[in-house]
Each structure stands twice: as structure tokens, then as C-alpha cells.
Ligand binder design. Sequence first.
Ligand code: ARG
Ligand code: ZN
Length: 474
Amino acid sequence: MTSPRQQAAARRTAVPSRRAVLATVPVALAALVTAAGPAAAGTTGSSGAGDPYFPLAGNGGYHVRHYGLTLRHTSAAQLQGKAVLSARATQRLTRFDLDFKGLKVTRLTVDGTTAEFSRNGQELVVTPRHALRKGQDFKVTVTYHGTPKPVTDPDGSADGWIPTDDGAFVAGEPQGAMTWFPANNHPRDKSSYDITITVPRGRTAVANGVLLGQSTAHGETTFRWRQTEPMAAYLATATVGEFKVERYTTRDGIQVYNAVDAREASAAAPVLKKLPSVLEWESKLFGPYPFRAAGSIVDHAPDVGYALETQSRPVYDSAPDLGTLVHENAHQWFGDSVSLTSWKDIWLNEGFATYAEWLYSEQHGGDSAQKTFDALYARPASNGLWAFPPGDPGSGAHIFDTPVYARGAMTLHELRRAVGDPVFFRILRAWAAEHHDGHGTTAQFVKLAERESGKDLDALFHTWLYQTGKPNRV
Ligand code: ARG
Ligand code: ZN
């Protein structure tokens, strides 16, 4: 069966996976490996946030409260950048890491004083002149330039700053943020952002949040964007292209900014027209839209193969279909406002956004969620849908595979059948409300669902999230 929704899902996951490249690392072992070793004497920030799938992603020892990024992107695809990270030490630090890959660093200061730094793969290792006290606020300023290149994810897809014929498609899930700015590159650390981008006149640079202003001088235009609500680094964008821009404010007071590549404009128009009604519908179901800004970036980036729920303004590699628009905007609640603490929990993002597509169809004259579920459930045990359970993708190579999206959504459907519609929708709203601008884990979701329903749901979640092979229906 190939409904438009599943084609959309297939498109998002079209990149062939290299199976079983990474062995599963037990969590405790990974934590041990990535934690600062004895030689560090407890004053070196660790090189990773402790994520078993991406051990070097993020860093330990500090929290970034705000990123101030000032970028210039030229017609020769050069990027010049200055990043000011306002951070707070969570331990005494004689040394700490940032994640940053590729671009050349020409100057680095901590609180205005030049600091020593070295590069080791994706780790930018910083030794400040003076040790930082636990609890101390500090500012790191990194000046850099070069030709940014994307990284290749374990699933084979390009991620990060991806050059296009008229600028760049910029999306960073799960790792790519570090290809264009130095970051604490794990969703555990959320921050506010100011992103200022200068591009050749005629091009538009679109980032997250609200456009504070734009000005043109000497053949270049500068765009100033502000994302006030906390955001994970992977959700930042600074997509550059020749775009047609449309701006308006919704009835709920959300500032919408749509930027569309002319080559995608006619296909995108009927779908983008539905954005206000989609956001309204999702707000009714999930609770108030979590950000003050919204919109869409519709690029023409034929090599990318996916869209991303960049915060407040998803980025699409081509004109999205309606299911994809619903999906990426549902992520604003599930994934963006409520963030992961570990990539293993990815079904909390993709299962929820996929189920939003099923619900949209059900409530807009299309297939019911039950029908979508049944068609999937009819797939034989040998089908890739049952290759692994969504709560345990096994490695970063599988976090965007079909079981995460489709069986993740099936898990929510089974929850809905078990608790009934009123309780189910209360669960979704409570999840979005209680964890908004924060984080959530699978264990917390199960607990919340049990609290709201008064039912023991362990067996249901165990079966659908963790049991290998095709589950028997309960
Ligand atoms: N989160 C995106 C979605 O809406 C998919 C991102 C895929 N990224 C990747 N590097 N394969 O489904
Ligand atoms: Zn998604």
C-alpha cells in the first residue's frame, strides 16, 4: 500500500541505510568511555554528553545559555563566522570542548582573553587562561572561516551545511550543526539564539524565530533573526537562497515567514496556504503552538532527500506535500519544544509526528488512523517495518528508519485504543505542556500515560516499543 503519507515517510527515509555498521554500545560502558578519565582530575569537561549512539555529540562541564552567531556567506560559497557562546560552567573547568568540524578557527577568546585551542576530529578543545569556577558565567568567542561541508550521517545522508546552486540548505539532525558553528551539539543542551547573516543582494538568509530586521548596503543584505525560546543546536538553520518571501500574522498572533525557491513555488503554494489551518488544528489537539514564530523554508535542494523540523520554521528540500507539512509542524511540539535527552528515544519525535499525519488524515476526510494501522499491521513478519523495535533502534544508523516512524506511530495508536480518545488526547496535551521548552524521556512518557489513564501500561509499551519482531495484537 502506498498512501501519500507513506510516500512522504518513505521519501524522508529514502537514504539507504548501511546496516549494522555500528555495534550497540551498552549505555553504562559508553558513559564510562566518554566521561573524563582519571587523568582529567575532574576539571576537564567531557568530550561527549554521554549519548551511546553519538558518543562525541555535545560536551560536559557547561551549559550554553545563548548563541550569538554572525555569519557572512559569499557567492563563492565561503562562510565567515563569529560565534559568541554565553555559557555557565557546571563544574570547575581547566579545559572544555566544543563540537566544531571543518572550518578554520582564527581566533578564540574566553571572556575576552585569548585562549589556547586545538582540534581533534569534531572536538574543539579549549584551554582558558584562567580556570572557570563551578557556576561561573563565561563567554567564548570563536572567529572562523572556510568552505563548509556537510557531514555524512551513519545512515548515509548529508547533514549540516549543504551547498546548493544559490546558497545552502542548512539542517543539522542529528549532528550537522557543528559544520557551521561551534556548539554543545546535543539536544540535552538548549539555548536561545541570535543569528545574523549577510548574503549577496538578491539572496535571502532564513534562520529561526522572528526577523528583527534586514538591511542592504554595498551589494549585500543582512538578516537579523532571533530565536528566544530554547532550541537544540540541531534545529538551528541559516538557509540561503533566492527566495520569494511571504509574511503574515495568524489569528493566534504567530508571526509567519515563508521563503520559497521560485522553482518550487507553484507546487508549494496550495500546501503552504494551509499552514495557518494546520497550526490551528494542531494547537487544538496538542495545546498552544509553542513558539512566537512559524513558517516554512522551501528550498530546491534535490540531493538532500529529507525535510527537517528546524525550530519555528521547518526546512523542506522541495515543495512539501500536506502530510509532510503536518509532520514537520507537529514536531514543533514533539521534538522541538519537548526535546530528546538521548537519540535512542527518537520515536518520541518521529512516532508522534507520524501519528499527527494519521490523525490529520482521519479528521480531514482521509483514511482513519485505524485503517492506516491495519494496512501496516498486515505487512508480513519479514517486512522491514518489523526489523527492530522503535524504542531501541540499536545505533545512529537506524534512527530514521521505518520502524521508528511507522511502528512508533502504531505504538501511539495502540495506546489510544487502550485508554480511549479523551484520555489519549489529554495525554498528548499534558506531555506537550509539562515538558514544553524542556526535555522528555520514554520512561517519563510511559509514567505520564499511566498517571493520566490510571492504567498499567507496561505490557503495551513493552510490546510495541521494545519487543523484537512483529508484535501480536493485545
Ligand atoms: N526529522 C526529519 C523528519 O522530519 C528527518 C531528518 C533526517 N535526517 C537525516 N540525517 N537522515 O523526519
Ligand atoms: Zn520527522
